[in-house]
Write a protein that binds this ligand. Structure first.
Ligand SMILES: Nc1ncnc2c1ncn2[C@@H]1O[C@H](COP(=O)(O)OP(=O)(O)OP(=O)(O)O)[C@@H](O)[C@H]1O
Ligand SMILES: [Mg+2]
Length: 222
């Protein structure tokens, strides 16, 4: 079964300006897809639709075999929590929680085992090079550090599908390489599918497939 299946997706914004239509995409477990495309073409909008955070005008999205369309808001939220790890372009780290609590949040929402959530959050912070910052707060972090917290949070519950919007955009090349290795490991060892929006050649290079979003849909890729 594919981690995600998209058929005939169409989306217009504002005064009926069409971003894309007839868009198809299938990503297998363990596969890393880089998504390119010029600014404003609709990459973030597409990721939001894939996560069920925004509605398409037409078409279908299936996450691990389950169609999003017929689900009510509660069922969508549950599916998103269990199956999806999302790295937003604007990190959305909650300012009133510690960084460790931010990272543990997806696990806390799925299961009430605090000890496991705390331990796993610590591991993930360690993996992104912020092992000693867990008790800090978002206000004390740089943009690149915040981004790494967002990545740790997206991977902490071992989601089947990782959606990441320019996950290495604010990182120096060395940290970016390390973070990319985390995504690759989640995909190749953990069997997750990942779709990563990127402008970076380094990100595209670790991907199994490189697709470009255009008004005609997704182009490229083997
Ligand atoms: N709710 C909305 N109402 C009107 N226009 C919108 C809305 N959401 C997005 N847009 C427009 O849709 C277009 C696509 O936006 P989107 O954020 O998906 O682009 P993007 O490919 O992610 O760009 P970037 O690379 O700059 O992040 C933009 O022109 C944006 O202004
Ligand atoms: Mg964007």
């Amino acid at each position: 079964m594919n981690a995600i299946d998209v058929t005939g997706l169409a989306k217009s914004v504002g005064d009926s300006r069409q971003l894309f239509s007839g868009l198809n995409l299938a990503v297998r477990p363990g596969e890393l897809v880089a998504l390119l495309g010029e600014s404003g073409v609709g990459k973030s909008t597409l990721l939001n639709i894939l996560a069920g955070l925004d509605d398409a005008d037409a078409g279908e999205v299936r996450i691990a075999g389950t169609a999003l369309g017929p689900l009510d808001e509660g069922a969508r939220t549950r599916l998103r929590r269990e199956k999806i790890g999302f790295v937003f372009q604007a990190f959305h780290i909650l300012p009133y929680l510690t960084l460790a609590q931010n990272v543990a949040l997806p696990l806390a929402l799925i299961a009430p085992d605090t000890a496991t959530a705390t331990a796993r959050a610590g591991e993930m912070l360690e993996a992104v090079g912020l092992g000693d910052r867990g008790q800090g707060y978002a206000r004390d972090l740089s943009g690149g550090e915040l981004q790494r917290v967002a990545i740790a949070r997206a991977l902490v519950h071992r989601p089947a599908l990782i959606l990441a919007d320019e996950p290495t955009g604010n990182l120096d090349p060395e940290t970016a390489t390390r973070v990319l290795a985390l995504f690759a490991q989640a995909a190749r060892a953990g069997g997750a599918a990942a779709i990563m929006v990127t402008h970076s050649a380094a990100t595209a290079q670790v991907a199994d497939r490189v697709l470009t979003l255009t008004h005609a849909g997704l182009v490229g890729g083997a």
